[in-house]
Design a binder for this molecule. Structure first.
Ligand SMILES: [Fe+2]
Ligand SMILES: [Fe+2]
Length: 207
């Protein structure tokens, strides 16, 4: 038996349940693999920037993404949800391509697209929380809240780097994210408490 399957096996003996929510199961599996793509992408991004502080900040963000992957796996194991091989391969390739491309596309674009991606990731975790609530499960609120907020911090970091750049208005028009537009409704200065945070991202999940 592969060592990685041991905890899954042990878990499934004690908790042979599955989540009866196909959208949630798919979202968990996708998030698990997409976190790897993000981490790979930041490896390339950190390698491509010259500024030391930027390198350190992006490396820290990479570490955050590996941590998220671990947390998502922890939840998946609790419900005996297997990792998707297809997503693992797909996001591996995507992550490596983005990672490599960071060396080719200049300074602005990796920051812009990282921020845009993070902006979308924020709601993934609040949507997961909403789905869990549909099943009456509240125990993951804290960890999902923290991951969602961390993605928001990542978005704000990247936006902060590019918000005064001349190219931003053009990119914002083209790709619908930037200083005025975001894919989530979180304001880090006026955060909802954990108990109310399932109210975030409602529009997106309904739309
Ligand atoms: Fe993440
Ligand atoms: Fe992130």
């Amino acid at each position: 038996m592969h060592p990685c399957t041991v905890p899954f096996y042990i878990n499934s003996r004690y908790l042979p349940m599955n989540l009866d929510h196909s959208a949630l199961v798919d979202l968990l599996r996708k998030a698990y693999s997409a976190e790897k793509a993000a981490a790979f992408a930041y490896q390339g991004h950190a390698g491509a920037v010259k500024d030391k502080e930027e390198k350190i900040a992006i490396r820290q963000i990479e570490m955050d993404e590996w941590e998220h992957r671990k947390e998502v796996l922890h939840i998946m194991r609790q419900y005996s949800i297997p990792v998707s091989k297809l997503y693992e391969i797909r996001f591996h390739v995507i992550g490596k391509i983005i990672s490599f491309s960071c060396y080719l596309i200049g300074w602005f674009m990796p920051f812009y697209f990282a921020g845009r991606l993070e902006s979308g990731n924020v709601c993934e975790y609040f949507r997961m929380m909403q789905y869990f609530h549909e099943l009456g499960i509240l125990e993951h609120n804290q960890v999902l809240y923290e991951m969602g907020m961390k993605e928001k911090e990542h978005e704000i970091y990247f936006l902060g780097k590019i918000k005064n750049k001349r190219m931003l208005p053009f990119f914002e028009k083209l790709f619908a994210w930037g200083a005025k537009e975001s894919f989530n409704d979180i304001d880090l200065d006026k955060k909802y408490p954990v108990e109310a945070s399932a109210l975030y991202c409602k529009k997106r999940s309904e739309g």
